[in-house]
Design a protein around this ligand. Structure first.
Ligand code: PLP
Length: 378
């Protein structure tokens, strides 16, 4: 057979999956693994969501929904934006998607043409870069540093040749750092003034350790906001995300949604209606992440891994490790082999060799991992 895969699909893998596989193999061989690689909550969905889904299974036909999603969930979401951010959302702006991933890929398809120049920060979430490349966009990687808390600045955007889009997450994966209201306002204003589509990935909202995260919609009603029930609401496998999009993109988004996925999973939508009644449970999870964050932060600093910016949100700390090894994948393999620590090598997020440590797991694992790192000599 001489048929071959399309050249456009020759994009980078998501390397963290390889670390997870190596950790699994180590466990299968009977060794312990401290999981600091996994970027997902270690808790199930809130009880109210599970009950609502049970009821739906018993009473609903679970047919297709419209591409935008079910009305009661759109209504609850608009109430949520009013309560959390004081922002009024037109229910017509809301579309439910297959995870935040489904939302940003649909947003890219609706907003960008092949050849459009789209900025993504480095270190940054790799799937933006890979999905944009798949769509033929010209990805402009913007290096950010500790001094700017790993988020882009307007001065950096201004220094670029003309661009068509900017995509970032705040709080960020892999750094946990976020744009405060002032910096978010400045970025929104700059994008608006320069006719640049701003896709604001707000998937870690609700998981913050000081100030709460501002939404781009507070500063620009025309921003494209992406989010999902996966992190704060602890609904990983339910694969339900959402997008809030301005009128100029809505027809395109409906057509992309109808043709690419038809609709987001109906059972997840019916369950998610109850998620907004579960803040108490979600806050308890955030309180646990906050304790883990402190243990990890103190432990990394004590182990001499001090090239980092403390996380404002999400459940990651990003530390530079290029002074420990030339290749973060080699370092990662050594930590797994010698210490039983699974962390994520920088290659997914930044070629400059940092490491992402997740503190979404168990406090005892985080504490043991930093104790082992402290006693380790490179
Ligand atoms: C910044 C960011 N955006 C999007 C996603 C993907 O989200 P989902 O699982 O809702 O598709 C992730 C997953 O970890 C993420 O960290």
């Amino acid at each position: 057979m001489t048929r071959v895969a399309a050249a456009r699909a020759d994009i980078a893998p998501f390397y963290v999956m390889e670390v997870m596989r190596a950790a699994e193999l180590r466990m299968a061989a009977g060794h312990d693994v401290l999981h600091l690689e996994v970027g997902q909550p270690s808790t199930p969905a809130p009880r109210a969501v599970i009950e609502a889904a049970h009821q739906a299974l018993d009473s609903d036909e679970l047919g297709y929904t419209t591409a935008a999603g079910i009305e009661p969930l759109r209504r609850r979401l608009t109430e949520h934006y009013a309560a959390w951010y004081g922002v009024t959302i037109d229910p017509e702006a809301v579309m439910f998607t297959v995870g935040a991933s489904g939302a940003f890929v649909a947003a890219f398809m609706a907003a960008f043409d092949p050849g459009d120049r789209v900025v993504v920060p480095t270190p940054g979430y790799p799937c933006y870069r890979n999905a944009l490349e798949l769509l033929g966009c010209d990805v402009v990687e913007l290096q950010t540093g500790i001094e700017d808390r790993f988020q882009p600045t307007v001065a950096q955007l201004e220094s670029l040749d003309s661009i068509d889009g900017l995509v970032l997450s705040s709080p960020s994966n892999p750094t946990g750092t976020m744009l405060d209201a002032e910096r978010m306002a400045a970025i929104c204003e700059w994008c608006r003034a320069n006719d640049v589509w701003f896709v604001s990935d707000e998937i870690y909202h609700g998981i913050t350790y000081g100030e709460s995260a501002p939404t781009a919609l507070q500063f620009d009603p025309e921003a494209v906001v992406v989010n999902s029930f996966l992190k704060y609401f602890s609904m990983t496998g339910w694969r339900l995300g959402w997008m809030i999009a301005p009128p100029a993109l809505r027809t395109a988004l409906t057509r992309v949604g109808q043709n690419a996925t038809i609709a987001a999973p109906t059972l997840s939508q019916l369950g998610a209606v109850a998620a907004f009644d579960a803040h108490e449970e979600c806050h308890a999870n955030v309180a646990r992440y906050a304790r883990n964050r402190q243990v990890l932060l103190d432990g990394l600093l004590a182990a001499g891994l001090d090239q980092l910016a403390p996380a404002d949100g999400a459940f990651y700390i990003w530390a530079r490790t290029d002074y420990l090894a030339d290749d973060s994948q080699v370092l990662c393999a050594r930590w797994l082999d010698e210490l039983g620590i699974a962390a994520t090598p920088g290659i997914d997020f930044d070629p400059a060799n940092g490491h992402r440590f997740s503190f979404a797991g168990y406090e005892a694992d985080v504490a043991e991992a930093v104790a082992r790192l402290r006693d380790w000599t490179p």
